[in-house]
Design a protein around this ligand. Structure first.
Ligand code: AMP
Ligand code: MG
Length: 348
């Protein structure tokens, strides 16, 4: 299939391109589009065979449900059986934005979207292109991240192009996504709101509105509530070692790992904070990528996937990533790095 990649204005999306995207979606095709978190791979959420194409294009396991994107509350209402008080509060304070709510679904939502679960994941994105596209389509759009399953999520049109060219008809390219990490997935179907996946809205921010909330302790177990969390995710091709703790120790250990890697003829990358970079330059890694300041986790979040993807492009065999403090978006950053590292996480 021929893939068209069209530049679209982030703030004032060109009407013709929005129309073209909406028509393709209505015809049961896939369209990749930007959101404020990462790029989505969209299909008509009410069309089973269109949704099936998402799983095919991504190589996504069938038991990993999709997030449904809507442009306003009235598009969401027919999909949700009932809204809890916590859900209403979230809608009021965080929509549009990087927060996905898990709520009991109606029969209108096909099983393929929820992987047979009784709840649906739903959000209103804040990106103007996403909003205009959903509005023009007139139906909800199921859209997971527009990457090949298991790979780091795409935060630029170029990332989508590399993963999806030849597989989908259209990529709407509005440049780099601001948040750069996926949405927070919050289960508000029960009594106590529970974070199933940390993301673009921090636990601290949610708690200012909801009071104390839970983080799903099961997310790494065999049958997690958010099925996607059980898979190896966000993983570059190279092996990733996550090192977290006191800076001096992290820097020293990275130096040792670089030498060890080079002795085994491996190409070694370092992903680190701006504060640690001066100590790592002279250790001569093959690639040094600065994620941002340790004091600005949102900056690290927005650069993380670009860094991981760059490691793949440059053929890195070993990637040494510096951990950051788990406050604000820091906990989402660490969640992604831990998933990418598999078991190779060291707190030193
Ligand atoms: P992605 O769209 O690739 O960011 O992945 C969406 C993730 O949201 C999935 O991997 C699940 O972990 C979670 N999710 C989606 N739908 C549901 C649902 N109905 N119940 C619980 N978690 C869900
Ligand atoms: Mg994804």
């Amino acid at each position: 299939m021929q893939t068209k990649r069209s530049s679209i204005d982030r703030v004032h999306p060109e009407t013709e391109l929005i129309k073209e995207g909406a028509q393709l979606l209505a015809a049961g095709e896939l369209v990749a589009f930007p959101t404020e978190t990462v790029y989505g791979l969209g299909a008509n959420a009410l069309d089973v065979s269109a949704c099936a194409k998402i799983f095919e294009a991504k190589g996504r396991p069938q038991d990993n449900p999709l997030i449904v994107h809507v442009c306003n509350r009235s598009m969401a209402d027919p999909l949700v059986k009932h809204w809890t008080t916590a859900a209403e509060l979230c809608v009021q304070h965080f929509w549009p934005g990087p927060l996905t709510l898990i709520l009991p679904k109606t029969a209108l939502v096909p099983d393929i979207v929820t992987a047979g679960l009784a709840n649906v994941a739903i959000r209103i994105p804040s990106h103007p292109v996403a909003l205009r596209l959903i509005q023009a389509a007139g139906f909800p759009i199921a859209a997971p991240s527009a990457n090949l399953s298991g790979k780091p999520s795409p935060t630029s049109g170029g990332h989508v192009w590399r993963d999806m060219k030849g597989k989908i008809p259209l990529i709407l390219d509005a440049g780099v996504c601001q948040v750069g990490l996926e949405s927070t997935v919050l289960d508000v179907s029960g009594e106590i709101p529970t974070i199933l996946r940390p993301g673009g809205i921090s636990k601290e921010r949610l708690e200012t509105v909801l009071g104390e909330i839970q983080v799903d302790a099961l997310s790494d177990h065999q049958v997690p509530k958010a099925p996607g969390m059980k898979y190896r995710h966000y993983a570059p091709r190279g092996e990733l070692l996550l090192l977290s703790g006191i800076r001096e120790r992290v820097v020293q250990r990275m130096g040792q790992e670089i030498q060890r890697g080079h002795a085994r003829l491996k190409r070694v990358a370092v992903l680190c904070t701006i504060e640690s970079a001066p100590f790592l330059h002279n250790q001569l890694p093959d690639l040094l990528f600065v994620l941002g300041s340790k004091d600005r986790p949102e900056e690290v979040a927005s650069n993380l996937f670009e860094g991981l993807r760059l490691c793949d492009e440059r053929g890195m065999d070993l990637i040494l990533a510096e951990g950051i403090v788990e406050t604000g978006l820091g906990s989402a950053v660490m969640n992604r790095l831990e998933k990418a590292a598999g078991k190779r996480t060291k707190y030193i």
